[in-house]
Structure formats: structure tokens, C-alpha cells
Design a protein. Structure first.
Length: 376
């Protein structure tokens, strides 16, 4: 976001500035904005969503409920699955719609007042009348944008977060409505993490969820250790020239424990390691993501097309920057400071058009050949 952007009142935040939203609502309380996106709702039809749910590269789920029993089926689905669905009591959810739909990726850009590093993806759901995924809470922040149809959102300030036992998804055992809103196409509801909520379709409806990831400390810890494990380089080896005779050969002696503890003290990290880990971890494509490689281009051809039409990140690409390290799809590249303005444009806006140095053009060419970029 630009400096002017920070001071601008955003219509899709009901006239709040991004700063006001962050201060008063983000991770704190819900915000309903009527007609945040007037006219929104026809970028995807229920049939097109079902089509996406049949594709190999999309992560889709069908949540079914009958007489209080919940079931989840995971996609990709054969087309016939949708012909055999009951009239009521289900919901189809497709993750990563921004990977398939330019309008989806453009919609995410409207939320760039939240750092890209926090962004997860765009999920779109469809439910027939009365359908939904039940009362629950999420561990991430989400903006729920009503697409086609209407949905009744109930939120609860309850602290009782007990879940239905044995259900294949998190369903709250009790739900006490504190507030409810009937939303229509273009209405936007922001929910902070762990706020109990329940969305019920009123007639067939589609909801677009702009989700922000918040990894658990445990997830960050295990991923960071895996990152360190691959890069660790410790000198020397275990040695015990002062070995003393032990009365029990099976005992791990305190001296041995001390020697190993000293060796392990060389496992160290600093903030640069944390930054590098974060960049790689947060841009790493999910396992099902595949980049289509184009016919490779040489530097001259690439440069002339770059200058003529500019480049955009592929819908599936994730790009972040920390200092002079640029991360794209799980790879880290150190760049010179004068390369940064161009690359920052690409990372912030997902496209750029500028004359850039041969070194930057060569880097972009490699990314283009890997399928990470497209010409605009
Ligand atoms: C949905 O779109 O049905 C699910 C959104 C949610 O409650 O998190
Ligand atoms: Co939810």
C-alpha cells in the first residue's frame, strides 16, 4: 500500500481507512460492511465452481449434514457427484480460487492493506437453501464476501468452544447467537480468529472467503527446525580423550551429556535466518500446485517483450521480499539494492512494466521459464 493509500478511506471497509480498520477491528471484533463491493457476485456461477471442484489442481470439499450427522468428502470430484447430491443439507467449498480466476486474484489485491505474508487464499463456497458448514470458529482472520444469493450470518461471543465429538470437521456443540445479519451480494463481513460463527444459506448462495493465515507456534517451530536441519553445518566431532572408567557401562554419563550439550550449543540462528525461513516457508507452493512451463525464451526476446508488455505473476505464484532477499515460490534470491524497486512493484502489485537492468531481466527470464511469470 502506498502512503496515500494508508490515508485513504476505503469504500470496501465502509469508509474506514486501512489504519482505522487495523486499529479498531483487525483481530479484535467483527465488521459488517453493506455493499462493500456493489454489483459483486457473477464472477463465478455455481456450475463453474462445481467445474473447478472436479479439477486435479483445486482443493475442494463437500460438507454434508443429515439429522445432525456431518460428513466430509474431498475432491477432485467426478462430475456425476453433483448430479447425485440431495436437495438440501450440503455445501461445496473450493480453496485457492485465486489460482484459477483472475477476478479472484484481483479481489485479493483489494485487501493489500494486510501484508501479503499473512494472506492465505480465496475460498468460494456454494450451498443450497439452509446449507452451510455449521456453527464453528476458525483460527484465522477472514473477510466473507457475499457473492450470489443471501446468507444469514450469526456470530456469538460465547466462550464455550466445546466441539461435537467424532465429527469430521469442527462443529460447536452449543451455539448462542449474539448478533445476526442477513447479507446480500456485495456485503462484506470481517471476522477475527476464534469468534464463533454460523453461516446459513437463505436460498442458494455463494460466499467468497478471503482468508489470512496465522500459523500456530507449533507449526512455525517444527517448520523452522526442518529449515535449520537442511542448512545446519556443525564443525568437529564427538571426542572424549578424558574418558573415565564407568562402573555401569550402560549408563549415559553426565560427562557425555555435557560434551554433547556443548556441541549442540553451536546450533544457532539469528533474525536473518528467521527472515529467510519465513520467506521460503510462506512462498512455498502447496503440494498440489504445478507451474506450467512455457517455451523457454532467450534473454534478448524476453527483454523486448518485457519492455513492450510487462510481466505479471502467474496466479499461483507467491512472492515476498525481506531486505534484499526476494522469495518466489519457495526459492530465495539475493539481489542488489538497485534491483529492488522493479521487483518490489512486481511483488506488491503482482505485475510490473519497466525498463530494468540486464541482471533483473535475466532473473525475471528464469522465473518466466519456470512458469512463475506471464506476459501481460
Ligand atoms: C462458507 O463459506 O460456507 C464457510 C465460511 C466460514 O464459515 O468460514
Ligand atoms: Co468459518
Amino acid at each position: 500500500m502506498t502512503v496515500q493509500g494508508v490515508l485513504m478511506k476505503l469504500p470496501h471497509l465502509g469508509g474506514l481507512t486501512a489504519r482505522q480498520f487495523l486499529r479498531e477491528y483487525w483481530q479484535k471484533k467483527p465488521l459488517l460492511v453493506r455493499q462493500a463491493f456493489p454489483g459483486f457476485g457473477d464472477a463465478l456461477t455455481p456450475n463453474e465452481l462445481a467445474g473447478l471442484a472436479c479439477e486435479e489442481g483445486a482443493q475442494s470439499r463437500l460438507v454434508l449434514e443429515s439429522r445432525g450427522k456431518w460428513r466430509v468428502e474431498y475432491g477432485p470430484f467426478p462430475e456425476e457427484r453433483f448430479a447425485r447430491l440431495p436437495k438440501k443439507g450440503w455445501s461445496l467449498l473450493v480453496q485457492g480460487v485465486n489460482h484459477f480466476l483472475t477476478e479472484g486474484a484481483d479481489l485479493l489485491q483489494r485487501f493489500d492493506f494486510i501484508p501479503t505474508a499473512r494472506l492465505d487464499d480465496l475460498m468460494v463456497s456454494f450451498a443450497p437453501d439452509g446449507g452451510g458448514v455449521g456453527p464453528h470458529f476458525d483460527s484465522y482472520d477472514v473477510f466473507l464476501l457475499q457473492g450470489y444469493g443471501k446468507r444469514l450470518w450469526r456470530v456469538s461471543e460465547q466462550t464455550d468452544m466445546a466441539l461435537v465429538e467424532g465429527a469430521p470437521l469442527r462443529i460447536l456443540r452449543h451455539f448462542e447467537t449474539s448478533q445476526e445479519w442477513l447479507v446480500e451480494p456485495g456485503d462484506l463481513l470481517y471476522l477475527p480468529p476464534r469468534l464463533a460463527h454460523w453461516g446459513i444459506a437463505v436460498g442458494p448462495c455463494m460466499t467468497w472467503s478471503i482468508g489470512f493465515r496465522a500459523p500456530s507456534a507449533q507449526e512455525l517451530g517444527t517448520q523452522f527446525l526442518a529449515y535449520l536441519q537442511e542448512r545446519i553445518c556443525l564443525e568437529g566431532m564427538y571426542a572424549d580423550p578424558d574418558l573415565k572408567l564407568q562402573s555401569h557401562p550402560s549408563e549415559i554419563s553426565p560427562q557425555m551429556i555435557d560434551r554433547v550439550a556443548r556441541l549442540l550449543r553451536d546450533i544457532r540462528w539469528n533474525k536473518l535466518d528467521v527472515a529467510r525461513f519465513l520467506g521460503i516457508y510462506l512462498t512455498e507452493p502447496k503440494p498440489h500446485v504445478v507451474f506450467e512451463k512455457p517455451r523457454p525464451l532467450g534473454l534478448e526476446r524476453f527483454r523486448s517483450r518485457l519492455e513492450k508488455s510487462g510481466v505479471a505473476l502467474d496466479l499461483k505464484s507467491r512472492m515476498l521480499i525481506s531486505g534484499t532477499t526476494v522469495f518466489i515460490n519457495g526459492e530465495a534470491v539475493e539481489v542488489s539494492p538497485d534491483a529492488l524497486p522493479c521487483l518490489r512493484d512486481l511483488a506488491d502489485r503482482r505485475w510490473m512494466k519497466a525498463r530494468c537492468s540486464v541482471a533483473v531481466a535475466e532473473l525475471l527470464r528464469q522465473w518466466y521459464n519456470a512458469g512463475y511469470l506471464k506476459f501481460r
